[in-house]
Ligand binder design. Structure first.
Ligand code: CO
Length: 631
């Protein structure tokens, strides 16, 4: 008998092997089949709350592409019964790009005589020095492409030596369309030769010249150890309780986030994670006009988690978590130290000096940081969840790495692709993240309202014309809950539980505090908007459906569009006092700078979830004074 596993514990390597064996023995796949990922199937809320967690069936979906089947597949397996429950051929769209696809795209492209000829035209004879970046082929499938085939695009960069930064030397004008079913370059577009930029883009310590020598060490020590407790993937820190996992598509997931309030464990979020993201390029040139990669759902961002290193990625008393995923041939692989957790001093939590008595009370703020960093091709994405002593939850996305590039002739560069180095331009683009926030605020039935600051009309009640108010509007159904930020009105959205009142007789609530970022800038009838409908609004609210997890649907790779949030909300389901899910799209609109080259200093975006009448008063009054204030 094995020890019962909590239903939200991540899949183990042994479970993944068993799932693959069950599927193989069902004889539905050919030898050519390659796995894209193994998706944990989390029990829905009703099942999870139903009682005995250990008795809940553990399930997994194995998703991949079988060249002999000529399609992607989606298999549902019960690990508790060692049984294939369902097997289907994916009819619209494809399984995510697998590590096997990435290797094949490079080999197929380099073997193509037309591509070789185009490289020789650019003075490149040594193809070993060429780096091929595979890009998803979705949205702009060229005429004549075999229907439903697994298509990718390949663009090329040239190293000076194997260890340098190939993005310094983009092969401008050349795009190969690779058909992974027939294993051939289906089409090669050559928009003309542009000379390589003259400078290298090295950024390693040995290449950048003298390093500054006046930075003295910062050491973070916690002599009595950190204040959290960990059991498997269950975490307790201060009054917070939660579980975490690293999902192939959604990255770092928070499960069952609760706060202990005067002895009561109060649920806040059932599940919170990235639900997809898109990086649409704004440069309409032929090299970039098609680029709008879904790094989460097309590239399985979870698989691309870095193995984090103490003292460089994370500083202080760190607790790491490994992650286990499924490789293309059905063998599990693990990423050591994929998730980093630690406590961080965050300045002053609250303070007041009584002017008349000069007595001061001040407390230090501290946050629990749970983070992962993912490398997706040229770019790094860090996802940082922060939990604070005062009940605040924050998501901060950190962006670094190497910006997308174009080689341009001397004197080139434009307002759609500004120059960042001599003869090197970087197209404007957006990074739009959609987070799925499955609230369970003091219970499953919640409502959502929008709050705007608005001036009051001048009149007998507002004689000076100085009055303003917080105006609240209920978002009563899915169609009316597609909303955008409005910093000019300090707009935010509030999730509340109409069945639970605080001592002031007001429903308990948390607010979603957005940043002021534009939604998708591409035209609403464009391919980008069709495929990334979630990016067209900052807020969506849907009625809970356990099958609705992906903001752009389940199989976004080569999907023509319309799936995900636009489809989920098409029925305009009612939202009041019901089990609902909040989806928040935000991001950065990036006009690259010379300072972003050759590697970009970290940029940040995100959102806050803050209690509003969820607690009876400042919940961090009981934080003890420290340091010189403790005596
Ligand atoms: Co960027």
């Amino acid at each position: 008998m094995s020890t019962p596993v909590h239903p939200l514990e991540p899949l183990s390597a042994d479970e993944l092997r068993r799932a693959v064996a069950v599927l193989r023995s069902a004889d539905r796949l050919s030898e050519a089949a390659r796995f894209s990922c193994a998706l944990p199937v989390e029990p829905d809320k009703a099942t999870l709350r139903g009682g005995n967690g250990a008795a809940i069936e553990r399930r997994v979906r194995l998703v991949g592409y079988d060249r002999e089947l000529g399609a992607s597949f989606d298999a549902l397996i019960s690990l508790s019964q060692d049984k294939l429950l369902d097997f289907s051929r994916v009819e619209t769209g494809h399984a995510p790009i697998s590590l096997a696809d990435v290797a094949r795209v490079s080999g197929i492209t380099k073997a193509d005589p037309r591509w070789q000829e185009a490289m020789r035209n650019r003075g490149i004879e040594d193809f070993d020095l060429v780096q091929i970046d595979p890009w998803p082929g979705g949205g702009f499938v060229p005429e004549g492409a075999p229907a439903g085939t697994r298509l990718m695009r390949a663009i090329s960069f040239v190293h000076e030596d194997p260890d340098d930064n190939a993005y310094a030397r983009p092969v401008e004008g050349l795009i190969a369309y690779v058909d992974l079913e027939r294993e051939e370059v289906f089409r090669l577009d050559d928009h003309g030769v542009v000379p390589f930029p003259p400078e290298a883009g090295r950024y390693d310590a040995a290449s950048v010249g003298p390093l500054r020598d006046d930075l003295r060490p910062v050491e973070i020590t916690q002599p009595e150890g950190p204040s959290f407790e960990v059991d498997g993937h269950a975490i307790r820190w201060q009054k917070w309780q939660l579980r975490i996992s690293l999902h192939p598509t959604h990255g770092l997931v928070l499960h069952d986030v609760c706060y202990e309030d005067e002895g009561r464990v109060r649920p806040i979020l059932h599940r919170a994670s990235l639900a997809d993201m898109v990086v649409p390029y704004g440069d309409p040139s032929p090299m970039h006009a098609w680029k709008h990669v879904f790094d989460a759902s097309e590239a399985s961002i979870g698989h691309l988690a870095n193995s984090l290193k103490l003292g460089c990625d994370c500083l202080g008393e760190i607790r790491y978590f490994d992650a286990t995923f499924l490789g293309p041939k059905g063998e599990p692989f693990s990423v050591e130290n994929a998730v980093c957790m630690h406590e961080e001093d965050y300045g002053v939590l609250w303070k007041h000096t009584n002017f008349y008595t000069q007595s001061t009370e001040v407390r230090r703020s501290r946050r629990l940081v749970i983070s992962a960093i993912h490398t997706v091709g040229n770019y790094e994405y860090g996802f940082f969840w922060y939990l604070y002593l005062d009940g605040t939850i924050q998501m901060e996305v950190k962006l670094t790495g190497i910006v997308g590039v174009s080689a341009v002739a001397p004197g080139g560069g434009s307002d759609t692709a500004p120059l960042i180095a001599p003869q090197l331009a970087s197209p404007v683009h957006q990074h739009l993240f959609c987070f799925r926030l499955d609230f369970e605020l003091d219970g499953r039935e919640n409502s959502v309202v929008e709050v705007n600051a608005e001036p009051l009309p001048r009149g007998p009640d507002n004689p000076n014309g100085t009055g303003f108010r917080s105006a609240t509007t209920a978002l009563t159904s899915e169609a009316g809950a597609k909303r955008d930020v409005d910093p000019g009105r300090s707009r935010y959205w509030k999730v509340l539980n109409p069945n639970v009142e605080n001592r002031l007789g007001v429903p308990v609530a948390y607010k979603l505090l957005p940043q002021g970022s534009p939604t998708l800038l591409a035209a609403r009838d464009s391919v980008f908007a069709q495929r990334a409908g979630f990016a067209c609004h900052n807020l969506w609210v849907s009625a809970y459906d356990p099958a609705e997890l992906g903001a752009a649907g389940d199989f976004t790779n080569l999907h023509p569009g319309g799936a995900g949030l636009p489809a989920y909300t098409a029925g305009d389901r009612p939202l009041e006092n019901t089990d609902l899910v909040v989806w928040h799209t935000f991001g950065l609109t990036h006009s690259p700078r010379p300072e972003d080259w050759p590697v970009m200093p970290m940029e940040y975006c995100g959102f806050l979830l803050q209690p509003v009448g969820f607690f009876e008063r400042n919940p961090a009054l009981d934080v003890p004074p420290t340091g010189h204030c403790a005596t």
